[in-house]
Design a protein around this ligand. Structure first.
Ligand SMILES: Cc1cc2nc3c(=O)[nH]c(=O)nc-3n(C[C@H](O)[C@H](O)[C@H](O)COP(=O)(O)OP(=O)(O)OC[C@H]3O[C@@H](n4cnc5c(N)ncnc54)[C@H](O)[C@@H]3O)c2cc1C
Ligand code: FES
Ligand code: FES
Length: 470
């Protein structure tokens, strides 16, 4: 039985846990405010807010309901546009009206839900964060300028908040209906009655993290598949430091990585790197393990962690082994993973100083697009000598590529433009891109050269000169 709160209504359903939440909302609960657009996580028309208790605090995130399995709603507060209805328009809706932010209206629900989520979030309530909150929403007819002005209006209004109880304030100001004040208590009661989740060690079931790969590729099959829902399994969550290592639960999402103070401390540009990965709702859903196991040659998190020379812990029934992430990939979509094994955690060494880490990605549009080519580089120096290097690249072969020969070449070399140019020659020998819809093989070779140079120009602006590289 799956139990959650849908707007202000407790739900208890024996529907298959792989049922798509969007279909449950629209077809079983007749809440047709949530729209069906692409069904692939791209357009944001189906955006919902998902409230959950984390360390005793109620926390809301946006998600795309078209890719969310019903089982991932267990113990949560699911809010559709109807759930924000009060006595009149909310300030968010009013801002959209006042600025002419809607035309045909098909996308409007998604924009409003995302902006409502921004109002509920604990992030600084800046214009930049308001715009970031709608980076997963696409409008095909109004154009974005009026929606951006609406976002500015909302930010201006939120400026009246002076640090009192946020939920009370949002209710008083008409952003939220009063029932929101009861949700924390309702979720605490609900969580206490829920059965323990199935342990991860159940090889008979298909692991599902956020579903953002599986529900794009096999939506019909997933409605019938016996699923082990990993997204909220405590054993697979959390980011902690143990000695010289950082341990990352395999079910951590891209947003969990971005918001981790431990990760931020050691990877100062983490926020900017994670912004390059999909959109806010997809980052709230997609897990690190899902990215690794999907084995896409351009998986951003995979390339990111290959550049950090990560290890992974694989568990099966009564077995546990640790291997280097670079050894996980055996061929196109072929993994060193036994039937029933699942990914439990990712381990990286705490980066030591002086060190540099950089991640680069080129795609056809800045946001919400998969990479044509992506790359990461971690480099350690002693004086002017490179004593350790880990370089990775995606989109240049059948698997996410750890550039082993390039790393070997760099070790012991002086940090100069000549070394970097020679290393690029090694790269060109160890990659095998093919021409496809995202570009010709020659273009991808050129892109990787540019990204490789960009790592050094970004990390060592005082030592490496662009003019000496070209
Ligand atoms: C609109 C959109 C944009 C996207 N943009 C990007 C992007 O910019 N960059 C990018 O890299 N990706 C992108 N993706 C792809 C996807 O979001 C990521 O790959 C994500 O990390 C997948 O994680 P998940 O938890 O949702 O995977 P799921 O779909 O839940 O699972 C994927 C695979 O992993 C397996 N699995 C999950 N957890 C485990 C585990 N612990 N152990 C063993 N197997 C497991 C599943 O069985 C399945 O085979 C995008 C997807 C969408 C829909
Ligand atoms: S329907 Fe387009 S993102 Fe869900
Ligand atoms: S108002 Fe028509 S798609 Fe946005």
């Amino acid at each position: 039985m799956i139990k959650f709160i849908l707007n202000n209504t407790p739900i208890s359903t024996d529907k298959h846990s792989g049922t798509i939440l969007l279909d449950f909302i629209r077809y079983h609960k007749a809440l047709t405010g949530t729209k069906i657009g692409c069904r692939e996580g791209d357009c944001g028309a189906c955006t919902i807010m998902v409230g959950d208790l984390r360390n005793g605090q109620l926390h809301y995130e946006s998600m795309t309901s078209c890719l969310t399995p019903l089982g991932n709603a267990q113990g949560k507060h699911i809010v559709t546009i109807e759930g924000f209805n009060g006595d009149g328009l909310t300030p968010v809706q009013q801002a959209m009206v006042d600025e002419g932010g809607t035309q045909c209206g098909f996308c409007t629900v998604g924009f409003v839900v995302s902006l409502q989520g921004f109002c509920l979030s604990s992030k600084p309530q800046t214009y930049e964060n308001a715009i970031a909150a709608i980076d997963g929403n696409i409008c095909r007819c109004t154009g974005y300028k009026s929606i951006e002005r609406a976002a500015q209006r909302i930010v201006d209004h939120l400026g009246n908040y002076k640090g009192q109880d946020k939920m009370n304030w949002l209710v008083e100001q008409g952003y939220l209906p009063a029932y929101f004040k009861t949700i924390q208590q309702q979720l605490e009661t609900l969580k206490a009655e829920l059965p323990q989740p199935i342990t991860p060690q159940n090889g008979a079931l298909t692991p599902v993290g956020g579903g953002t790969d599986l529900y794009v590729q096999r939506p019909a099959e997933m409605r019938k598949t016996a699923i082990n829902h990993f997204l909220d399994q405590n054993e697979l969550k959390g980011i902690s430091r143990k000695g010289d290592n950082i341990h990352i639960g395999a079910a951590c999402t891209a947003e969990d990585l971005r918001s981790s103070t431990i990760m931020q401390e050691h990877i100062p540009n983490l926020h900017a790197f994670m912004k390059l990965v999909s959109s806010t709702p997809i980052r709230n859903m997609g897990t690190v393990a899902g990215n690794f196991v999907n084995a896409s040659p351009i998986g951003d998190l995979t390339i990111f962690f290959l550049g950090l020379n990560a290890s992974i812990v694989l568990s099966g029934v009564g077995t546990k082994r640790t291997i280097a992430l670079k050894d996980f990939y055996k061929g196109y979509k072929q993994l060193d993973k036994q039937q029933g094994e699942f990914l439990e955690e990712i381990i990286i060494q705490v980066p030591q100083q002086p060190i540099g880490f950089n991640f680069e990605k080129v795609c056809k549009r800045t946001h919400l697009d998969i990479a044509t080519v992506n790359s990461a580089l971690q480099i350690k120096l002693s004086g002017d000598t490179i004593i350790e290097a880990h370089a990775s690249a995606g989109g240049v072969g059948p698997t996410p590529k750890y550039l082993q020969n390039t790393c070997n070449f760099l070790k012991g070399k002086p940090l100069t433009e000549a070394t970097i140019q020679q290393a690029n020659e090694v790269i060109q020998d160890e990659i095998s891109p093919i021409s496809d819809a995202r570009g010709t093989k020659e273009y991808k070779r050129l892109l990787l050269r540019q990204l490789f140079y960009a790592h050094f120009l970004t990390l060592f602006p005082d030592r490496i000169q662009l003019a000496q590289l070209v």
